[in-house]
Ligand binder design. Structure first.
Ligand SMILES: Nc1nc2c(ncn2[C@@H]2O[C@H](COP(=O)(O)OP(=O)(O)OP(=O)(O)O)[C@@H](O)[C@H]2O)c(=O)[nH]1
Length: 135
């Protein structure tokens, strides 16, 4: 069976849940005490889709900034300027289970995603919501 490799990188603010998204996707589990990422980590997962195997090569980066929505906009600028031309940008509005602590309105995030032609989904690694949709 044919195999396709998909390279993915998860930039984003510290503590937003990047490692948790990878962990939920790769291991289908959630760790409330997951360690913060030092530098970067790398994981792979292979899934069959239609008649092809898809091997995800996933680089999870250590976040630094503190305003996650502004950090996202800075990352998108960097990716557009320096990334490959055929890059696909997907935005995960994570921790949607914590609706009382919401920091970014869903509409604002959706409008921004539309303006840059990015995929947008609200996710929860804790409750396993929309994780496969991101990937
Ligand atoms: N309630 C809730 N907590 C989450 C969710 N995703 C992640 N967390 C928690 O948020 C904290 C930070 O998650 P990480 O996955 O380490 O975040 P990160 O973006 O990789 O952080 P850095 O490694 O510092 O860049 C951990 O305590 C997670 O358990 C979620 O969907 N819901």
């Amino acid at each position: 069976m044919a195999q396709r490799e998909l390279k993915m990188c998860l930039p984003g603010d510290t503590g937003v849940g990047k490692s948790s998204i990878v962990w939920r996707f790769v291991e289908d589990s959630f760790d409330p005490n997951i360690n913060l990422t030092i530098g970067a980590s790398f994981m792979t997962k292979t899934v069959q889709y239609q008649n092809e195997m898809h091997k995800f090569l996933i680089w999870d980066t250590a976040g630094q900034e503190r305003d996650s929505f502004q950090a996202l906009k800075n990352w998108v600028k960097e990716l557009r300027q320096h990334g490959p031309p055929n890059i696909v940008v997907a935005i995960a509005g994570n921790k949607c289970d914590l609706s009382d602590a919401r920091e970014v309105l869903e509409k604002d995030a959706k409008d921004y995603a539309d303006s840059i032609h990015a995929i947008f989904v609200e996710t929860s690694t804790k409750n396993a919501i929309n994780i496969h949709e991101v990937f």
